[in-house]
Design a protein around this ligand. Structure first.
Ligand code: EPU
Length: 421
């Protein structure tokens, strides 16, 4: 297995272009199942999760070609298995979002139940209740969900909890239902807006995406799309923290600043300079970082996907910070590893008290999930000496060639293939 090896303490300088957003691209890949016509997705990041979704589409009968630009031809899906098997769903939970499109377009599908994962239990009850409100008949057996509906009917549904994937799944299904649907307490994340934009390009009638109520007037058929994925707010936020903690000066080209207000607000509160420029956002790290309190919230609040990374910023701050995780119940797996590097973090329930400034020293550490891995890379950038990060496959799910990009900015980072130093 590969490792990432970092010699810390280099100051990052230069420009880096932000890739397309993983979580937006994955859902737009699913949307290609809503039509018989071919679609094209551009500005796609080269990530293992995107490859997993392409494999799922192929398994379902789609022709899938390319990586940076992906051409999807769903002509073969009608004759395919209409099933998301356990092996693919357990590799990547976003696989469950083929459920809405398959059910709406083909009247039935079978999807493996995902089960828990490293960051929490992550049930899909809201996806299922939302689809039921549109007339789906649901049976659970042998670890799979069977869904049937000759033609979905428009309906009203109020989500019990704000869920990004649940909103996206039900929104896609409602796009092909007969009649009007009203979804309340929906997620307002940019990835929901991005999916709505693509659905509208396909001929769907959707209003309200980006607010907490979405209305969808179902149509009989949708067309293919040609779409370039929006830049990744979480990749940009991660790079911004890298620049901030190394007292760097980095221009994040194409950073989607409009989607990053909560991250930018916390960086600025910590004393980091974030300057919006014509071609992106320039981030300048201060000599002294101030402590901050951060609580994760659904968008437009502070993203849970930035929690582990901002924790590294607080490790470098002059004083005590408090970080509260309200979205997932088990998203502090990075804390023991950061403490092994010299962090002083105490977890109490869903809060972590971070007592900065901590003098981090390089260590051998293990990644447990995608954003936890990113936090270990960030910690390695400021630690004294050598940090070796194992289980890099977590990082490869969401950050394209992160070592090359950090190296280009002056960091001393390399990937060691096959785990041999
Ligand atoms: N939830 C339920 N029932 C449901 C669905 C969700 O209780 O039916 C709960 C979850 O257990 C969680 C909360 O609602 O506690 C929010 O989960 P949500 O459904 O919003 O998450 P998701 O759609 O599964 C996406 C991203 C995650 C990101 C979350 C929250 C994708 C592919 N994944 O997951 O991204 O953390 O939204 O913003 O879009 C990552 O990129 O590292 C990542 C984990």
């Amino acid at each position: 297995m590969d490792k990432i090896v970092i010699e810390g303490r280099a100051r990052l300088k230069g420009r880096v272009r932000i890739h397309g957003a993983k979580n937006a691209a994955l859902l737009v890949q699913c949307a290609a199942l809503l039509t018989d016509a071919p679609s094209r997705l551009r500005h796609v990041p080269k990530l293992s999760d995107i490859g997993t979704m392409s494999r799922l589409l192929e398994y379902l009968g789609c022709g899938v070609e390319g990586d940076r630009t992906i051409a999807i031809d769903p002509a073969g899906v009608a004759a395919g298995p209409l099933e998301a098997p356990y092996d693919l769903v357990k590799t990547m939970r976003a696989s469950v979002t083929v459920m809405g499109p398959l059910l709406a377009r083909y009247g039935r599908c079978r999807v493996s139940l995902p089960g828990g994962c490293a960051i929490g239990a992550r049930p899909i009850d809201q996806h299922l209740k939302g689809l039921e409100a549109l007339g789906a008949k649901i049976t659970l057996r042998h670890g799979y969900v069977d869904l049937k509906a000759r033609r979905l009917k428009g309906g009203s549904f109020v989500f019990d909890t704000v869920t990004v994937g649940g909103t996206q799944n039900v929104m896609m299904a409602a796009a092909l239902a007969r009649g009007t649907s009203r979804l309340e307490n929906v997620a307002r994340e940019p990835e929901v807006m991005e999916l709505a934009t693509v659905l509208v390009k396909m001929g769907a009638r959707i209003s309200g995406a980006g607010t907490s109520v979405i209305e969808i007037e179902g149509v009989d058929a949708l067309e293919g799309f040609d779409h370039a994925v929006v830049p990744d707010r979480i990749e940009a936020g991660t790079m911004a923290v890298a620049a901030a903690i190394t007292r760097g000066d980095v221009l994040l080209e194409d950073a989607p600043v409009d989607h990053m207000h909560a991250t930018i607000a916390k960086l600025e509160e910590a004393g980091v300079t974030c300057q919006v420029e014509r071609d992106g956002m320039r981030v300048i790290g201060p000599d002294e970082i101030k402590p901050i309190d951060v609580s994760t919230r659904p968008y437009p609040g502070f993203a849970t996907d930035m929690q582990a990374q901002i924790m590294v910023l607080t490790l470098c701050a002059q004083g005590q910070s408090l970080i509260t995780e309200t979205i997932f119940e088990n998203r502090f797996m990075h804390v023991p590893e950061l403490n092994r590097m010299g962090g002083d973090i105490t977890v109490q329930g869903n809060s972590a008290v971070v007592r900065g400034p901590c003098k981090l020293s390089g260590a051998e550490v293990m990644a447990t999930d995608l954003r936890a891995s990113a936090s270990l890379v960030l910690a390695g950038l400021v630690a004294e000496g050598k940090t070796e990060i194992r289980r890099v496959y977590h990082l490869d799910r969401g950050y394209e060639a992160i070592e090359k990009r950090l190296r280009k900015l002056g960091a001393n980072v390399r990937r060691v293939r096959g785990g041999k130093a």
